[in-house]
Design a protein around this ligand. Structure first.
Ligand code: FCB
Length: 418
């Protein structure tokens, strides 16, 4: 194999995997607790990572990852606005962080990932500006408690997805539909909370390191299937405008650019419209119809690896900030398909780095098969499978885990498909 066949990543590149509390921990009291997913399931126990985090860290070590992006669940830590942090729950997260450190795994902590404490939901959640000071107070306490262990902070995961699915599409609690005003308010409040939280994180600092702070933005490309279809083009443009442009402007535009030291990018692919219909499995379009159109999809969205290079080029030119790929992954029972998808996206990422994008790391979504929100346990993104029928919730490597473990160990991918 010539060296051209091997795509090397920069030294010190972070290779990680990602999870979120509601999806893996179990035993949580937030708005998802009573939520029933489309497959009739709930997140009550999920992967029981709450009790099995030590085992999951061992699995990560076997994957050779040197980074882990995970969330700290706000509802566990504060039982009332401006309250003290629950010391027992904090100690569990500290133990998790120490376990990661012992294996040389750098943590990236997500502060908000699609869930709030019950008292915040009861007060109207993020549709109300009163969410901002309570969040900032929480961040202040959390950062003070963890600054000797954490230096990379992700304030909000995908505010766009959260506000869209909870207030426009009705998929996430509180399951509102077409409340465009509420969608916009949620985004604006979160953007203000991010700017204030970021100031605190930078002021508090991190022991021995410069703190890093940013959001994770989901970027989806929205296109019309037929270029000449005016209506589909308008629909695609409206989606792009609302979910990409408006959200990026709110968090990173004009005066807000300095609120972030990096951009977190969650990139999965593309949505194409045909007669107003989003041609993706996640919106219920039958897989047969999608195949008839010749689209390559996983169980969720259309794959579009060229998009990785396009969006990285755009973000690099527009914001000139370091970037982490805070999520990429696929859900499918076909592991060969998933391996190809991973290689194609990493090859595009590598090209972007060659072109000058300052990408510092890549986090595979997800470590485990888990509770995929409104879809329940049917969408399997894990590098590891979890046997949900077995009370021991036994984990095991899928073939893709072996592929990823090799990539992480070698800090490179081979370009010839092996
Ligand atoms: C992202 C979410 C993550 C998971 C993946 C598949 O939008 O951040 O929790 O649902 O998609």
């Amino acid at each position: 194999m010539t060296s051209n066949d091997v795509l090397k990543f920069p030294p010190g590149f972070l290779w990680g995997t990602a999870t979120s509390p509601t999806q893996v921990e179990g035993h949580i009291d937030n708005e998802w607790t009573q939520f029933t997913a489309q497959d009739g399931s709930r997140c009550h126990i999920a992967c029981d990572n709450y009790h099995r985090y030590a085992e999951d860290i061992d699995w990560m070590a076997k994957l050779n990852v040197n980074a882990y992006r995970f969330g700290i669940e706000w509802s566990r830590l504060q039982s009332a606005p401006f309250g003290p942090l629950n010391q027992k729950e904090l100690a569990r997260y500290i133990d998790l962080l120490d376990g990661l450190r012992a294996k040389g795994i750098t943590p990236m902590v997500v502060i908000h990932h699609f869930s709030n404490p019950p008292w915040l939901n009861a007060a109207g959640g993020w549709t109300k500006a009163s969410a901002i000071p309570v969040f900032v107070d929480y961040v202040h306490k959390l950062v003070a408690a963890l600054k000797d262990r954490v230096y990379i902070w992700n304030t909000f995961n995908e505010p766009d997805t959260y506000a869209c699915v909870a207030y426009l599409l009705g998929g996430f609690p509180p399951q509102r539909r077409w409340k465009l005003g509420q969608f916009r308010r949620v985004i604006n409040h979160m953007a203000r909370a991010h700017a204030q939280a970021s100031r605190i994180i930078r002021r508090e600092g991190a022991v021995n390191r410069k703190p890093e702070v940013g959001i994770a933005k989901n970027w989806t490309f929205f296109h019309a299937y037929q270029r000449f279809s005016l209506w589909d083009r308008l629909t695609a443009f409206a989606c792009h405008y609302t979910f990409n442009k408006f959200v990026l402007d709110a968090f990173l535009g004009r005066f807000r650019q300095r609120a972030s030291t990096f951009i977190g990018l969650n990139y999965y692919g593309r949505v194409r419209f045909h007669h107003f219909r989003a041609m993706i499995p996640a919106s219920g379009t039958p897989v047969k119809d999608i195949k008839d159109f010749g689209f390559v999809c996983d169980d969720m969205v259309e794959r579009y690896p060229e998009g990785m290079e396009k969006i990285l080029g755009y973000l690099r030119r527009k914001f000139r900030l370091p970037i982490y790929i805070t999520e990429h992954g696929s859900a499918s029972a076909d592991e060969n398909f998933r391996a190809t998808d991973l290689r194609q996206n990493l090859a595009a990422l590598h090209r972007s780095i060659q072109e000058g994008a300052d990408v510092r790391g890549f986090f595979y979504w997800s470590l485990l098969d888990n509770f995929e929100w409104q879809f329940g346990y049917t969408k399997k993104f894990g590098l590891l499978s979890v046997d949900f029928k077995d009370p021991a919730l036994t984990r095991s490597f899928k073939p893709l885990a072996e592929v990823y473990a090799r990539i992480c160990r070698e800090n490179s991918i081979s370009n010839n498909g092996n």
